[in-house]
Ligand binder design. Structure first.
Ligand code: GRF
Length: 214
């Protein structure tokens, strides 16, 4: 069966992208990485993607007069590679409504909190300041409102006494690297659908309580 072609959007470190690249190395994985697009030329993830011999394009947002023309250029690049699913992986560009509408039901994002708690930035500090005992990560469909699209799956991690934003971020990130490849696999298997504004997931557990780590 033909594999799902995944396009990954990054702006920085690219560790989630690397986890997806790694997952796709397994011949049995139902998706392949068709391309990586970054709006930042110096992003560490760009070098990682090129090192992995993935088609990688830099499209600097500063080259465009407005958000929508940038979004259309990114979209054209994804389409040129025949992308069937877009994975936002630390892509730090707020979009025009055009992109999520154009890719409705075919664009995912990963966020390092249990949404709808703590959208936006500095989310681990937000979690610590709020005193929550459990945080985690969320994979959701991308919609025009930032970090608020229909939730597909979540992985929970404990917030420990003495945690800093960095230690909590590292614990969550390890689960992101498990959750994102899993959800992309489910999408490729046809288990994940956007229907009437909600994510429908069939045949797999969407609450992941990964084993506690030190
Ligand atoms: C991750 O924590 C992701 O959830 C958030 O941005 C961070 C990106 O990290 N959207 P990386 O670039 O994948 O390492």
């Amino acid at each position: 069966m033909a594999k799902l072609k995944l396009g990954i959007l990054i702006s920085g470190r690219g560790s989630n992208m690397a986890a997806l690249i790694e997952a796709a190395r397994d011949p049995g994985y139902p998706a392949e990485i068709a391309c990586v697009v970054s709006n930042v030329a110096s992003a560490a993830g760009v070098a990682t993607a090129r090192g992995a011999e993935i088609a990688t394009t830099v499209i600097p947002h500063k080259d465009f007069a407005d958000r929508e023309s940038f979004d259309r250029a990114v979209s054209a690049e994804l389409e040129r590679h025949g992308v069937g699913l877009v994975a936002f992986a630390g892509f730090m560009r707020i979009q025009s409504p055009w992109f999520p509408q154009h890719w409705a039901g075919r664009a995912l994002n990963i966020h390092p909190s249990l949404l709808p708690a703590f959208p936006g930035l500095k989310v681990q500090q937000q979690a610590i300041d709020a005193g929550v005992r459990v945080s985690g990560c969320t994979v959701h469909f991308v919609t025009p409102e930032l970090d608020s699209g229909p939730i597909i799956a979540q992985a929970a991690v404990p917030v420990l006494a003495g945690d800093t934003a960095d230690s909590l971020a590292a614990r969550i990130l390890r689960q992101e690297h498990r959750l994102y490849p899993l959800v992309v696999r489910w999408f490729a298997e046809g288990r994940v659908l956007l229907k009437d504004g909600r994510a429908e997931v069939s045949g797999v557990p969407t609450t992941l309580l990964f084993s506690p780590e030190p």
